[in-house]
Design a protein. Structure first.
Lengths: 114, 113
């Protein structure tokens, strides 16, 4: 089974800190995605990547950046954390040539910014 | 562009009762439809999907969904729910390119004893 691993389940950070959320997948998937999940708003796409060193903005990229230096790792960066970035963050990956399989999700990182 | 609307944010139901979670989509191209489930404190798991062919799709854990093109709907059903089905359910749509999913707002299914 494909595994998508998010390095932290829970994080508490202070306003203004630079925050890194890490995501690693072990099945050579080309596509990787970062979503945030908030009650009543479902999943909103922050950034995605189709290949190494490649990134595309999603629906809500403001206040975030990403890095994909290796195929298996996709990092989400909060340059200066703010309280409105308190949320659940979900990473997902998919195989481009077998997109119909759907996405594989990590377990999520619940970030609290105080 | 495509969008997904899940009409109910919460659905309470008693154990062993039937349930239907509603999903409507809009898209100007052929669509591919998915249902995911999220158990408490976990990521999302694929329940079932419609790509083509039979409009009635069966998934894991006794769930099924019916694709209705004329009503642009993909409602999820289970004839008899269990306490363990308590979770949040997300409907998603992919367009022609297939590799991008758009998710609905989610429906929280609460099964009561």
């Amino acid at each position: 089974d494909v595994k998508v691993t998010q390095s932290s389940r829970y994080l508490v950070k202070r306003t203004g800190e630079k925050v890194f959320l890490e995501c690693v997948q072990d099945m050579d998937h080309e596509n990787m995605f970062w979503y945030r999940q908030d009650p009543g708003l479902g999943l909103r796409l922050i950034y995605f990547s189709y290949d190494v060193k490649m990134k595309e903005k999603g629906d809500i990229p403001e206040g975030y950046s990403v890095s994909r230096e290796k195929k298996e790792r996709f990092s989400l960066i909060l340059e200066s954390a703010s309280t409105n970035q308190t949320s659940m963050y979900l990473c997902a990956s998919s195989l481009d040539r077998e997109w119909w399989v759907g996405y594989t999700f990590g377990s999520g990182t619940r970030l609290t910014v105080v | 562009a495509q969008s997904v609307t899940q009409l109910d944010s919460q659905v309470p139901v008693f154990e062993e009762a039937p349930v239907e979670l509603r999903c409507n989509y809009s898209s100007s191209v052929s669509v591919y439809l998915f249902w995911y489930v999220q158990y408490p404190n976990q990521g999302l798991q694929l329940l079932l999907k419609y790509l083509s062919g039979s409009t009635l799709v069966k998934g894991i854990n006794g769930f099924e969904a019916e694709f209705n093109k004329s009503q642009t709907s993909f409602h999820l059903r289970k004839p008899s729910v269990h306490i363990s089905d308590t979770a949040e359910y997300f409907c998603a749509v992919a367009g022609n390119a297939g590799n991008m999913l758009t998710f609905g707002g989610g429906t929280r299914l609460m099964v009561k004893p």
